[in-house]
Design a protein around this ligand. Structure first.
Ligand SMILES: NC(=O)c1ccc[n+]([C@@H]2O[C@H](COP(=O)([O-])OP(=O)(O)OC[C@H]3O[C@@H](n4cnc5c(N)ncnc54)[C@H](OP(=O)(O)O)[C@@H]3O)[C@@H](O)[C@H]2O)c1
Length: 312
């Protein structure tokens, strides 16, 4: 089968012919129709502990091509989506029927393949962050990076739970941010974000989801949060003790360690989609042969919504 493989550290990856994987007794073999692009896909190429070679990608949507002999939940021909350790930028992938770190679920008829492929990693991360921040009716949430993959889903999940959202993004993304439910918009390329949020919320916001700021920059969030406020970073930039000394409950969320990284988490996202409370913003679809270019686009940081790779 064709797959986009990184053979050695430092390589970007290339379309190669590799053996089609065989499903184990508890695994399904999936013919991939679409694969979602996430920053983790290009970050893996630089990770110190990565085992080479590996197939790029992890989010997939496709058809069950074969089910292992012990599999009970899925049958050949069913549409499924989820996260696979095997890799997703490929004609086939394998995933366990039931695994906390590689969740899989059936795709309802009302949900398209591209939307399903775009959902798992970013959607589950957004869900985990919104739950960690305990967003509920009347909460005020600041999302830094509101029109990216995780941010776009987080804004919508927060709104579904009755939260009020201040979204930070590039000025050209104002209408996109508003279309997904951002109540107040701050353009980081036009305004001083800290000053703008402080002026609008002098008593502080309840929560901050920061998808962008490094360990130094994220400290400026302390002055925007009310005493007892909550802060989450997805890029591990939070110094938990530093924030605790200032009365802020801050944490670094790693989605693979959360309860939301599960079949139940995927079901929660699907339920939001089916209720019309969650919309997947597809930034573009790319061919499998252009997957490495799609990763360059993601790495440039200027993708609005989710990029999806379609597999013929
Ligand atoms: N820890 C975990 O388990 C986990 C899970 C998922 C993701 N992540 C990480 O979380 C980060 C976000 O992921 P993602 O999928 O949402 O990435 P993404 O789709 O690339 O989105 C990032 C967004 O950040 C915005 N941005 C860039 N500079 C900004 C700034 N100075 N202020 C505000 N916004 C800015 C960009 O918006 P503009 O176009 O408006 O500039 C872009 O839309 C990535 O680093 C990813 O690796 C971690």
């Amino acid at each position: 089968m064709k797959a986009v493989v990184v053979e050695h550290r430092g390589e970007k990856g290339a379309l190669k012919e590799i053996p089609t994987p065989r499903p184990g007794a508890h695994e399904i073999l999936v013919r991939v129709i679409a694969a979602g692009v996430n920053p983790i896909d290009w970050k893996r190429r630089d990770r110190a502990n990565e085992a080479f070679p590996f197939v790029l990608g992890q989010d997939f949507a496709g058809l069950v091509s074969e089910a292992g002999e012990r599999v009970t939940r899925y049958h050949q021909g069913e549409r499924v989506f989820g996260i696979s350790d095997f890799g997703a930028y490929a004609e086939y992938t394998v995933a366990p029927e039931d695994d906390h770190e590689q969740p899989v679920a059936k795709i309802p008829d009302s949900v398209g393949d591209a939307d399903a492929a775009a959902l798992p990693t970013a959607g589950l991360t957004a869900l985990a962050c919104i739950e960690a921040l305990q967003i509920g009716r009347g909460s005020t949430l600041l999302v830094v990076g509101a029109t990216g993959g995780v941010g776009g889903f987080a804004v919508q999940i927060a709104r579904d739970r009755g939260g009020r959202v201040i979204g930070v993004a590039r000025s050209s993304n104002r209408s996109l941010a508003e279309s997904i439910g951002v109540d107040e918009f701050v353009a980081y390329d036009r305004e001083n974000v800290t000053e703008a949020v402080k002026a609008a919320h002098p008593d502080g916001v309840d929560a901050v989801l920061d998808l962008v700021d490094d360990a130094d920059a994220i400290k400026s969030m302390a002055q925007l949060l009310r005493p007892g406020g909550k802060l989450v970073s997805t890029i591990h930039s939070v110094d938990v003790d530093w924030f605790a000394e200032r009365g802020i409950a801050a944490q670094n969320v790693a989605v693979f360690e959360t309860l939301q990284m599960s079949h139940a988490g995927l079901r929660t996202l699907l339920e939001l989609l089916e209720r019309g409370r969650l919309r997947v913003v597809i930034a573009g679809e790319r061919a499998l042969s252009d997957a490495v270019v799609a990763l360059d686009e993601s790495k440039s940081g200027s993708v609005d919504g989710k990029l999806v790779i379609t597999v013929e």
